[in-house]
Design a protein. Sequence first.
Length: 153
Amino acid sequence: MREFSNTTIVVPKGMMMVDGQSLKPFKDTSLKAKLIFYFDESSCSSCQVAHLSDLLNLYEIGDKSGKYEVLIIFSPPHEDLSGLIEELKLRDFEHPVIVDSNKEFEIGNPSMPSDNRFHTYLIDEKGLPLFIGNPNGSEELYGLFMKAVSRLK
């Protein structure tokens, strides 16, 4: 965790994004801090897609404060890729969702912990982790997350 906390997180180019019913290239043009949810191939993609609405409060905080944006990145097993894309289109989630079919996020961030409990983190505008964990996981985590958000520019 110490190594990861001192590493710059890279959001690679070349991933795709499901935006409503469309599939298009993802372009990270924002200079804002980012709250990243990364779901690797060990995660149940269908389960996570079913609970995307649980994250709406975090989008709202980011939108209201203007301090960060939320990135949800799925990196499913290759055989589940088309099913995930179809499921995301069917759900028509109100925010874009990134699909990383080539494990570019994982490859670009080799210090990322293997434990998926630590695959959610707030990074500053330079890519340095400020908070690790799901803010919705507990009241204590939420409080720590809000303190980290308050330190953002």
